[in-house]
Design a protein around this ligand. Structure first.
Ligand SMILES: *Cc1c(COP(=O)(O)O)cnc(C)c1O
Length: 244
């Protein structure tokens, strides 16, 4: 009797997360189908900011293959409790150069390389440790002051420069378009991504286009996103951020 109750409560822990993920997968399937894409080409990342490790682990149990963390300190506190290896964790937030060493061995990709300064520092640290790092170049596609990233017109040059740096492997582009801006910026990102692909810059592979969040991932899929980053749609609303 007691055992049964325990089993039940174990299974019901995080049921809403499991349900959300199932619904999202259906939505991905539909969105992909309606633009003639294969759902296999779209990776679902669970964005874990403010989410406790127990709940993150529920998402992993549901087969989520990628976690995104955007704060260094939070990543360092939580990563050891995730049932996920470094391979499954990407960093997606602004990274200060003095924090590189804190995360370099905890993540397999830094999606938010937003300046040459950061790329150079990252390359140096990788050389020191004799490790490789996958990176995406973050594009400030809406030219917003509050966001980091390269402007659209600077991306190709930046890509060439970053590709020359040892130990970094460019895998593609990432963007956080302005809120409620419709599809204009997704379209711009898709064009830029295709251009980078066509130009075949040496040592700069362009296979990942990381864009689309909880409110707009279906649109992002229609514009060629290969990786959507969802927080609230999986884990529910986040608590309001406390002022420091
Ligand atoms: C928080 C965050 C997300 C997810 O946002 P949701 O609206 O919760 O889906 C995606 N990308 C980045 C870089 C984030 O910081």
């Amino acid at each position: 009797m007691i055992k049964n109750q325990c089993e039940q409560s174990d299974q019901s822990f995080g049921w809403e997360i499991r349900q959300n993920i199932r619904e999202i997968r259906e939505n991905i399937k539909e969105a992909a189908f309606s633009c003639n894409r294969s759902e296999q080409d779209i990776e679902l990342m669970a964005v874990t900011k403010t989410v406790v490790p127990e709940r993150v682990n529920v998402a992993l149990e549901e087969g989520i293959s990628l976690l995104g963390e955007n704060r260094v300190q939070e990543l360092c506190q939580k990563a050891a409790f995730y049932r996920a290896s470094r391979e499954k964790i990407h960093f997606i937030g602004h990274l200060q150069t003095n924090k590189i060493r804190d995360i370099i061995e905890k993540v397999s990709m830094i999606e938010s390389v937003d300046s040459l300064h950061l790329a150079k520092a990252l390359s140096l640290e990788c050389e020191k440790r004799a490790v490789e790092m996958d990176v995406l170049l973050q594009v400030n596609i809406g030219k917003e002051e509050t966001k980091g990233g390269f402007y659209e017109e600077d991306v190709l040059e930046a890509m060439k420069r970053v590709a020359e740096l040892p130990r970094l492997q460019i895998r593609g582009l990432m963007a956080i378009p302005p809120r409620s801006s419709g599809t204009l910026y997704f379209q711009k990102m898709q064009e830029l991504f295709l251009l980078c692909k066509e130009l075949k810059i040496e040592r700069a592979e362009c296979s990942v286009l990381s864009m689309g969040m909880s409110d707009d991932y279906k649109e992002a899929i229609a514009y060629g996103s290969t990786q959507i980053r969802l927080g609230r749609a999986i884990f529910g609303e986040r608590p309001a951020v406390k002022p420091l």
